[in-house]
Design a protein around this ligand. Structure first.
Ligand SMILES: [Zn+2]
Ligand SMILES: [Zn+2]
Length: 261
């Protein structure tokens, strides 16, 4: 028995992007682990290498529908891991399509088509050299602004792997997430926050969500890295929305059925 029991794992990939398992494989594994929900959240449309296409979306939805019929005792969310593509917070799921998904995650990834050519310089340039050149104050400010605008202007339920490839002021982003009801993911794949980043986020009212970001079926539900952070910083379990009996109330409204009296 694991030290932590998740209500759901909301960040899993399939062969529709660069995961190894099928939708059904992921669902079967989630069921074995006793999860009540699983989101299928493959890379979105503007990811150059692994992104979904319109055809893949149709096929994936079909797979999800079939699994819903076959496994009625687990709730399967049709999700997507969208990309931040613009310095003013544009993401690659247009606003008028955001309702199509049960849950929207948003992350920053390098192999992505930016919204405008100018965004290449504004938010991508530094990421290509991350680790070699730490971002200057003005670059950090630009990145932080972009992510905060994304949170404000889109129905983003979960901010995936904060600080991965796009260094931001985590405290400021966390404050915006708290204000708008977006959860910050504690990822077990890309956990690139410093102690100070975690401390800054904890000073806000933001809530966190544990996700595996599994690309292999065997990693579904595995949040061991994130769990170490929770222990190290003694983070109250009340702040982790999918932990030990907690049910996440998503911006999308998908989970509102659990909150009706
Ligand atoms: Zn990602
Ligand atoms: Zn991912």
């Amino acid at each position: 028995m694991s030290e932590y029991q998740l209500f759901g794992d909301y960040h899993t990939h399939t062969t529709y992007s660069h995961g190894k398992g099928s939708v059904r494989d992921n669902v079967v594994r989630a069921k074995e682990l006793g999860l009540k929900q699983i989101a299928i959240s493959d890379h979105s449309l503007k990811h150059i290498v692994f992104g979904l296409t319109e055809k893949k979306i149709i096929n994936q939805l079909n797979d999800i529908e079939n699994c819903r019929k076959e496994f009625p005792d687990i709730d399967i969310l049709f999700g997507v891991e969208s990309n931040l593509i613009g310095s003013e917070g544009v993401i690659d799921i247009p606003k008028d399509r955001q309702k199509e998904f049960n849950i929207i995650l948003c992350g920053f990834h390098k192999p992505v088509r930016p919204d405008k050519l100018s965004d290449l310089k504004k938010i991508y340039m530094n990421s290509y050299f991350c680790g070699i050149f730490p971002p200057t104050k003005s670059v950090l400010k630009r990145h932080t602004h972009a992510l905060i605008e994304a949170v404000k202007n889109n129905t983003i339920d979960v901010l995936a792997h904060i600080n991965y490839s796009l260094k931001v002021n985590c405290g400021e982003v966390a404050k915006a997430c708290a204000d708008y009801g977006t959860f910050i993911e504690l990822s077990s794949r890309h956990l690139v926050t410093t102690d100070k980043d975690i401390e800054d986020m904890l000073k806000t009212d933001v809530k966190f969500i544990l996700n595996s970001d599994a690309h292999k079926v065997s990693n579904i539900g595995n949040c061991s890295m994130a769990w170490e952070i929770i222990k190290k910083f003694n983070i109250s379990h009340d702040r982790i929305v999918n932990l030990n009996g907690n049910i996440p109330k998503f911006r999308s409204g998908y989970n509102d059925k659990y909150f009706k009296n």
